[in-house]
Write a protein that binds this ligand. Structure first.
Ligand SMILES: [Zn+2]
Length: 343
């Protein structure tokens, strides 16, 4: 008897052939698992061949053991390969359900403050205003002195800001652009200036240290308070709707004279009084006034010939009034769930 004709070795070869065929024919993972149990299981034929090694003649035993291990390895490898072929098929089949609705795609939206800014600029563009922009890092001259705000003036205190180096600040309002536009252009001028401004304010429900502002400036011959009021009325009507009223309240700004704060009917309570409007029924939306002749002199305009009005408002506050948002911080936190409501 030669070793190659050993019955145990023959049996191992036969089992390997049968096992490989069964693996190849397995149509799914369940069938594959059945062939694994059948050929490689603890009670399978290969295991019993291993168990009967002791009955083989001693010189044959190492060869039988080696052949049995090689067969096991070949079967296990074939099994893994077949499994990889079958697995994606199974996943695909399981996930196909023609009745399921499509997955919603992620879509970005425009931030509520940006929406408000675009809308405000759009309304004023109907009145002939174009957009202007200026630097956020500004000189003390443009931020304060050119606007008739001496540095020892209380208004400069109120707008305390971040000083970068001598004479350079992060602008506390978009008003410096007024002076820049007036220096660069001759009247008539009608501009709106959207942009960011900075103040050393705490981050609380009503304030943010960095916030958007929109400034407006009109300079022309014969511009008077009547035109100014008409422009603001037009804006309030277009933006908030005809049911919202507005009123002018005397106020003080160094660069306008006379100055007025503009209030609109509280949209949360329709004017009857609520916590948002501090029970007054009114919400302040902007500061405004006729441009102070001293500002015209600073930029070389003849105050005898030119008159104008200016206004400034905070789009974040206006977005809060419009949507009834109680806390400004919500607008500046990247909470997609919250902001998604306005997209
Ligand atoms: Zn109210």
């Amino acid at each position: 008897m030669t070793l190659s004709s050993s019955p145990l070795l023959e049996r191992i070869k036969e089992l390997e052939r049968e096992g490989l065929a069964a693996i190849k024919e397995a149509v799914d993972l369940d069938a594959l698992e059945q062939s694994r149990v059948r050929f490689l299981g603890r009670r399978g034929p290969l295991a019993s061949v291993m168990g009967s090694i002791s009955s083989a003649p001693p010189p044959e035993r190492p060869l039988v053991g080696k052949a049995a291990n090689a067969a096991k390895k070949a079967l296990a490898e074939a099994m893994e390969a077949r499994k990889a072929e079958l697995a994606p098929k199974r996943r695909r089949l399981a996930s196909v359900d023609g009745t399921l609705p499509g997955r919603k795609l992620w879509a970005g939206g425009i931030h509520p403050i940006t929406q408000v800014m675009d809308e405000i600029c759009g309304i004023f563009s109907e009145l002939g205003f174009t957009r202007a922009r200026g630097p956020e890092v500004e000189s003390v001259h443009y931020n304060f002195t050119a606007l008739n705000i001496p540095l020892d003036h209380p208004a400069a205190d109120m707008m305390d800001t971040f000083y970068l180096e001598d004479g350079v600040v992060l602008r506390t309002h978009t008003s410096p652009v007024q002076a820049r536009v007036m220096e660069a252009h001759k009247p008539p001028i009608r501009v709106v200036v959207p942009g960011l401004a900075y103040r050393r304010d705490s981050f609380d429900p009503g304030h943010a240290p960095c916030f958007e502002q929109i400034e407006g400036l009109a300079v022309d011959e014969g511009v008077d308070f009547v035109e100014f009021r008409a422009a603001i009325h037009h804006f309030v009507n277009a933006f908030f709707g005809p049911s919202v009223e507005c009123r002018f309240r005397p106020s003080f700004y160094p660069f306008t004279e006379p100055s007025a704060e503009v209030d609109v009917t509280c949209t949360v309570c329709a004017g009857s009084g609520c916590p948002t409007c501090k029970r007054t029924g009114w919400v302040t939306i902007m500061g405004s006034g006729m441009v102070d002749p001293a500002v015209f002199e600073q930029v070389g305009y003849d105050p005898e010939r030119w008159t104008g009005y200016a206004f400034g408002m905070g789009p974040a506050r206006i977005a809060m009034v419009r949507h009834g948002i109680p806390d400004m911080r919500l607008l500046y936190e990247a909470d997609v769930e919250f902001l998604g409501q306005f997209a």
